[in-house]
Design a protein around this ligand. Structure first.
Ligand code: SF4
Ligand code: SF4
Length: 170
């Protein structure tokens, strides 16, 4: 059987995500916008812990621990998305509208889309899954070259879409 997972594919498998302490379950995601931390390797890294002003992310003294998300403390502000050097943190709002979920993700490419644009939404492997509407773009000096984009997609793609297809240079 073909092996899957972050070591083989460059992105985590469903099993790896479900076992990760930063990955909220479906019930938690029904409670409002929440961080979704897709960090499944024990690497020496911890900026996400300091980036959360609500103490919702814990790594602790052992810097190679996986980040633990406290979904009750997380208010879905998205402050942890850009500081993650692994581009492994997203936010998901399952209740953006009756039919759509909102996904927030880091984006390091230019040109940036504009609010209101209809774009190709891609999965963790970069494959086009559906169309989405850009509903927010956050850029700040403190984020360096990492912008944070928010996209609305049909609810059934909330667990699948994690970025957008790069736009052609003008
Ligand atoms: S989304 Fe906001 S509240 Fe939730 S873990 Fe990230 S920084 Fe903390
Ligand atoms: S900052 Fe990102 S890569 Fe580093 S531990 Fe946190 S989630 Fe993982």
């Amino acid at each position: 059987m073909k092996k899957t997972g972050v070591v083989y594919d460059g992105y985590p498998s469903k099993e790896e995500l479900e076992q990760s302490p930063g990955f909220p379950n479906t019930c938690s995601l029904s409670k409002g916008t929440k961080a979704v931390i897709e960090c499944v390797q024990n690497i020496p890294c911890n900026p996400c812990e300091a980036a959360c002003p609500y103490g919702a992310i814990t790594i602790g003294d052992n810097i190679t621990n996986l980040p633990i998300l406290d979904v009750e403390k997380c208010i879905g502000c998205g402050n942890c998305v850009a500081p993650c050097p692994g581009l492994a943190i997203f936010t998901v709002n399952m209740n953006y509208s009756d039919t759509e979920a909102a996904i927030e993700f880091p984006f390091e490419y230019f040109p940036l889309p504009n609010k209101g644009d209809i774009v190709d939404a891609v999965n963790r492997a970069g494959e086009i899954m559906c169309k989405g509407t850009i509903i927010g773009i956050r850029s700040a000096k403190v984020f360096a070259n990492t912008n944070v984009i928010k996209i609305a997609v049909p609810k059934e793609f909330a667990d699948i879409v994690r970025s957008i297809k790069r736009l052609p240079r003008k």
